[in-house]
Design a protein around this ligand. Structure first.
Ligand SMILES: C[S@@+](CC[C@H](N)C(=O)[O-])C[C@H]1O[C@@H](n2cnc3c(N)ncnc32)[C@H](O)[C@@H]1O
Length: 320
């Protein structure tokens, strides 16, 4: 009996002690746990939920748990596209949104060209690759794009062609030209005697001059950055397009990245397309990226000359 009472007292004392000594500790642990759980959940959800129409693109690129070793998805995990995309803004806000973001609110064509460049520019130097391909005339009348994004613009040959096609159709289209205006290592071999200022080959100025000469300053906007950061920025601004043309880096990794990011900012019913489906690299560069992207997203690749086309709905070359 005594032993029982002693045990009860001991237990009570222990519990009591636990509460007396342990309460602050328990609060501290609780606080720590709350903080840790909050931190982990915040860092694991860096992007806004995608709109439903983009689920397939996001499913292919955002894995919440490590893919199984047997899954082909495992190969793609290192290429996750992590952005803080927002919902698409209305097309009519696209131009001003870009001017505000990249050019302090005014058009870069204002007071163009700057004196130091003017004397070195020619009225037009337009060199492109497949820039007048049939794909443009096949797609534009069907899609009737309000916004086009071209990734890899060079001197603007295909952008100017698209601007002319949309003008003829009476469309109010904005063509966003993503390009770092640097050329590529060794490109001087193809373009001898390029004028330079302090080693810069003035591609941005000459592109802008081409746009001015063609009287298209109201419909073409340069976004003078490399494709990776520019596409992410557009996604974060909610600048989405009805047509996205991918024609920048032609190696697998560049094409893969641009295709994933380009598809992410395609409007519902929009079309993603690009040049150089068939090249000397055969299926190691652009074509490998296009085919793999289509496969993991359950999409179809259509071919139009040298161009590949992936649309979000079947509107291209349909039977109607
Ligand atoms: C084939 S050319 C584009 C031609 C153009 N679409 C035309 O025919 O009118 C590809 C261009 O993409 C550019 N480029 C390559 N990687 C790029 C990147 N990461 N971001 C932006 N431009 C890039 C190259 O410098 C090159 O000028």
């Amino acid at each position: 009996m005594k032993t029982e009472q002693y045990q009860k007292r001991q237990t009570a004392t222990a519990t009591d002690k636990c509460f007396r000594i342990g309460r602050p500790t328990a609060y501290f642990i609780l606080l720590l746990l709350t903080y840790t759980v909050g931190y982990l959940s915040a860092s694991s959800s860096t992007s806004h939920p995608p709109s439903p129409s983009f689920t397939s693109a996001v499913t292919a690129t955002n894995y919440s748990s490590p893919p199984s070793s047997s899954s082909s998805n495992q190969l793609l995990d290192p290429f996750r596209v992590t952005t803080r995309c927002v919902d698409p803004i209305p097309s009519e806000l696209v131009r001003q949104t870009l001017l505000d973001r990249f050019f302090n609110g005014s058009t870069p064509f204002q007071d163009f060209p700057a004196d130091h460049a003017a004397k070195l520019l020619r009225p037009t130097i337009v060199k492109g690759w497949g820039s007048n391909g049939a794909v443009f005339e096949n797609l534009i009348p069907k899609v009737k794009p309000r916004t086009i994004i071209e990734v890899g613009t060079f001197l603007g040959a295909s952008a100017l062609h698209m601007a002319e096609l949309t003008r003829k159709l009476g469309l109010q289209t904005q063509i966003i030209c993503i390009y770092d205006f640097c050329g590529w290592a060794g490109f001087g071999d193809r373009f001898e005697n390029l004028p330079m200022i302090n080693g810069d080959v003035l591609l941005r100025y000459q592109f802008m001059q081409n746009v001015v000469t063609s009287n298209k300053t109201g419909s073409i906007i340069p976004v003078p950055y490399s494709s990776g950061s520019a596409l992410i920025e557009l996604c974060e601004l909610g600048v989405f397009a009805d047509l996205v043309e991918i024609d920048a880096g032609h190696d697998f990794l560049s094409a893969w990245s641009d295709i994933n990011r380009g598809y992410r900012i395609l409007r519902p019913g929009g079309v993603l397309f690009g040049h150089d489906y068939f090249t000397a690299a055969d299926n190691r560069g652009v074509r490998r990226a296009v085919d793999l992207f289509a496969r993991v997203n359950g999409l179809k690749v259509k071919v139009d000359g040298q161009h590949w086309v992936i649309d979000s709905v079947e509107l291209y070359y349909d039977s109607s």
